[in-house]
Design a protein around this ligand. Sequence first.
Ligand SMILES: NC(=O)C1=CN([C@@H]2O[C@H](COP(=O)(O)OP(=O)(O)OC[C@H]3O[C@@H](n4cnc5c(N)ncnc54)[C@H](OP(=O)(O)O)[C@@H]3O)[C@@H](O)[C@H]2O)C=CC1
Ligand SMILES: O=C1O[C@H](COP(=O)(O)O)[C@@H](O)[C@H](O)[C@H]1O
Length: 480
Amino acid sequence: MTTAPQTAQSGSPADGSGPEQPTIFVMYGATGDLSRRLVSPAFFELARLGRLPRQWRLIGCGRGEKTHEEFRDFIREALEEFGPQPADGPWDEFAANLLFAGGGFTEADSGELPGVLAQAREALGGEAELVHYLAIPPGAFLDTTKGFEAHGLVEGSRVVYEKPYGTSLASFEELDAEVQRVFDESQVFRIDHFLAFEAQQDVMHARFANPWLASIWNREHVAQVQVDVAETLDVAQRASFYDATGAFLDMIVTHLFQMAATVAMEPPADLGPGALQAARDAALQDFRELDPAEVVLGQFEGYTDIDGVPDDSTTDTLAAARVWIDNDRWRGVPFLLRSGKRMTADEQRVTLVLRTPEDGPYAGSATAPSTISFSLLEGGAVDVALTVREPGVAGGTTQGTATLPLAGLGEPALPYVHLIEHVLTGDRSLFTGVEGLRAAWTCIERFSNDRPAVLPYAPGTWGPEAADALAEPGQWFLRS
Ligand SMILES: NC(=O)C1=CN([C@@H]2O[C@H](COP(=O)(O)OP(=O)(O)OC[C@H]3O[C@@H](n4cnc5c(N)ncnc54)[C@H](OP(=O)(O)O)[C@@H]3O)[C@@H](O)[C@H]2O)C=CC1
Ligand SMILES: O=C1O[C@H](COP(=O)(O)O)[C@@H](O)[C@H](O)[C@H]1O
């Protein structure tokens, strides 16, 4: 085992300049969907903000062949599609730092990477720090990790694993044992980018900064918690990865479990990285084993027509689950989790559905529940719905709603901008912890061995009706 070198702690430099330490990022899977849509745009945004190291190189690594120039064109096209626009930033300067190493990278064969690394090191000076970023399918994590050791790329490096970290309890244990054998834990960052959404961070910051909110954050006041990520997105560009993974593994046991744990966690002693990660992990350890009868899986009609998807695929493109948390704060409160592709809207929400009155003048009346809902999209917003008197002579109650946009309160940053910067500064507060991941995989063991049948749903809907029923006697905050 080796330890990571101390990086210059310059995450928030007053002069807007990045860390001093020259750094080489190697992005495995740089030609993929994640790289194009989320990670490469974040690198460019960091460059625009002047928050990358003063000297750096980004080496895209892939199994195919590309010249450096072709890779630069590839990234420019990705930015043109997903932003920030190359024309709005220091594109030429940025592009000059991009290199490509083809031929793949496995334990058996390091491909072109050593040669391109040597070229980058020569340009930056021998002391450049190395950050490995695994933007590849999870099935390739183990062999790539073995490759780091086999090809002498462990010493002094940092390594970033995308989610899902494992695909089952057994594969998680196998991968983590290898990662812990090869690296010191201080070198390892396990990403779940939903933890870095501005409004997802606000779920805990708003709670802990506002005592009145903290005081209702429990079973006495909350009837349901909903974590809902609906996407209109298709999976055609990544059919092979997606068909091998499915919605439950891609979203529920990963992002939505971590989001639910952020809601559920006990107040940490402070907001430092260790305390936050430990608080989330402890909450995950209280998740009750998932009952397969409380999971609904769906597949949108037409999914098997996609190139690369087998005609008889039973992969889930939507999953919904009712999860219970066995501790004093949340006993008896259902956590409803749902995520799917080709749904009717793009929404990412964490919603607390509050209890209706059990005593007083409104006891037993059919008032709609008040809700506090955090929207994660576009810099974030908090929507509050309260039951109020309906104005006018007729009387009765109605719902009043107000939206607090978060984006206008500062300069929101994309989740991967936060995460890459945190890797550079060694801050693990927004990364997942090993004990929490182990708890998540343990929680779904029974379900994984006894998966319910996959139900069809029409594209452009909220999924199979059985998913609606999971929310009863309440209903999903997001619905038709
Ligand atoms: N796409 C997204 O929105 C998000 C994805 N993720 C995670 O990021 C990772 C990559 O996802 P995504 O980019 O969508 O997936 P892709 O299917 O697009 O794969 C990424 C790249 O990995 C390389 N690759 C594919 N199979 C292998 C293999 N067996 N061994 C080595 N390299 C391989 C390919 O590049 P080449 O052919 O050039 O070698 C491919 O372009 C996954 O773990 C996913 O869960 C996380 C958050 C969001
Ligand atoms: O990890 C993943 O996340 C994306 C959704 O994240 P977003 O930041 O693009 O909203 C999801 O589409 C993808 O399937 C999954 O792998």
